[in-house]
Design a binder for this molecule. Structure first.
Ligand code: MUC
Ligand code: MG
Length: 369
């Protein structure tokens, strides 16, 4: 049952349309896939994603793969995957930071441990509280008319009634105009949030958030640069609309500082930012104790990575903003033979053992670098 080998691949998956963020437009999303194999040949699978090479964050796919292979994998060989907590604790003594690489490896250990026990992964994480979660979609085509069409179609299909709008490119008041046009088109049928991805300075944020709050937007994600905790604190105090920290809210230490200084009224959870599934639960507990609201965030993973997110988020008592694990719906193709179910404005937690997803190895071979 002990670990015999680990394999890590970099995979590029094309999207169905350009996905525009303030710092990068995604047309091809890069994900890193790990497989951890035990002596009986059972495989635990895991995935993390990054956005735009080194433009969104410091962890690049190439660095995740190299650092995992050289510095983390040697601590796994011969170990019992069911001891994933101890293994990752040992890894943390030798590897600082590298939260994406740690999340990748811990995910595969948990998938394998769950498969060995014939259990769904959420049962190794305390058990699920939710069978399904409210699911947001991101409107980010870069074109107001196309975003409105997309929103109306998804409302009609009953797939999403929460829309996150990616803004921060170009003039802030033009961004506001774009958001308010979409708000006018969807009316009360949908909740709108925005993600500025760090693009504004504090003065810009004052007048733009004022107008967005007035226009009925319900959350403003990472308006200021990730290092500007004091600016985030002033925005949180000034506005009643929720100010969410994302790029500035990573591990438990940062969440503690955000909680202590009220540098955000909500945070976006992401397994890759926290450094793993157990670390995500730790981060969520700190936020919950401080009255900070939670969002089940995504780095736009494919179905495997999204299933991993769902298995953790399903164990958390409150996710006031639901989740945005929509990644699989943005890709032209999938790496799994089964799909995650999106219906009635909710995403359903995948059942089955491990994370409940079956890898299509032909597809993996086709899309890997
Ligand atoms: C981010 O900044 O939240 C999540 C959804 C989306 O469209 O982009 C990602 C990254
Ligand atoms: Mg964000």
């Amino acid at each position: 049952m002990n670990i015999q080998s680990v394999q890590i691949e970099i995979v590029d998956l094309p999207t169905i349309r350009p996905h525009q963020l303030s710092m990068h437009t995604i047309t091809m999303q890069t994900i890193v896939v790990a497989q951890v194999r035990d002596k009986e040949g059972l495989v635990g699978w895991s995935e993390v994603a990054t956005i735009g090479g080194a433009s969104y964050g410091e962890s690049t796919p190439e660095a995740i793969k190299a650092n995992a292979e050289v510095y983390i994998v040697p601590h796994l060989i011969g170990k019992d995957p069911k001891q994933f907590n101890r293994i990752m604790h040992d890894v943390s003594k030798f590897v600082s930071g590298n939260t994406f690489a740690k999340a990748l490896i811990e995910g595969a250990l948990i998938d394998l441990a769950a498969k060995q026990r014939q259990l769904p992964a959420y049962d190794l994480l305390g058990g699920k509280i939710h069978d399904a979660l409210p699911i947001a979609w991101t409107l980010a085509s870069g074109d107001t008319g196309r975003d409105i069409e997309e929103a109306k179609e998804l409302l009609h299909q009953k797939r999403h009634n929460i829309f996150k709008l990616k803004i921060g490119v170009g003039d802030a008041m033009k961004n506001v105009e774009h958001v308010l046009k979409i708000k006018e088109a969807v009316g009360d049928q949908a909740r709108l949030t925005v993600d500025v991805n760090q693009a504004w300075d504090e003065r810009t944020a004052y007048y733009a958030i004022e107008a967005l709050q007035e226009g009925g937007v319900s959350m403003i994600e990472q308006p200021l640069p990730k290092w500007d905790f004091e600016g985030m604190q002033r925005l949180t105090e000034r506005f009643h609309v929720s100010i969410m920290a994302d790029e500035g809210a990573n591990d438990a230490h940062e969440i503690f500082q955000i909680a202590k200084h009220r540098a955000g009224s909500s945070i976006a959870l992401k397994i890759c930012k926290a450094g793993g599934l157990l670390a995500t639960k730790e981060v969520a507990s700190i936020a919950r104790a401080a009255g900070i609201e939670l969002y089940g965030g995504t780095m736009i993973e494919s179905s495997l990575g999204s299933a991993i997110g769902l298995h953790v988020y399903a164990t958390l008592p409150d996710l006031q903003f639901g989740t945005e694990l929509f990644g699989p719906l943005l890709f032209q193709d999938t790496l799994t033979t089964n799909d995650i179910e999106y219906r009635d404005f909710q995403v359903h937690i995948p059942e089955g053992i491990g994370f409940g997803m079956t890898i299509d190895e032909e597809k993996l071979n086709h899309y890997k670098r």
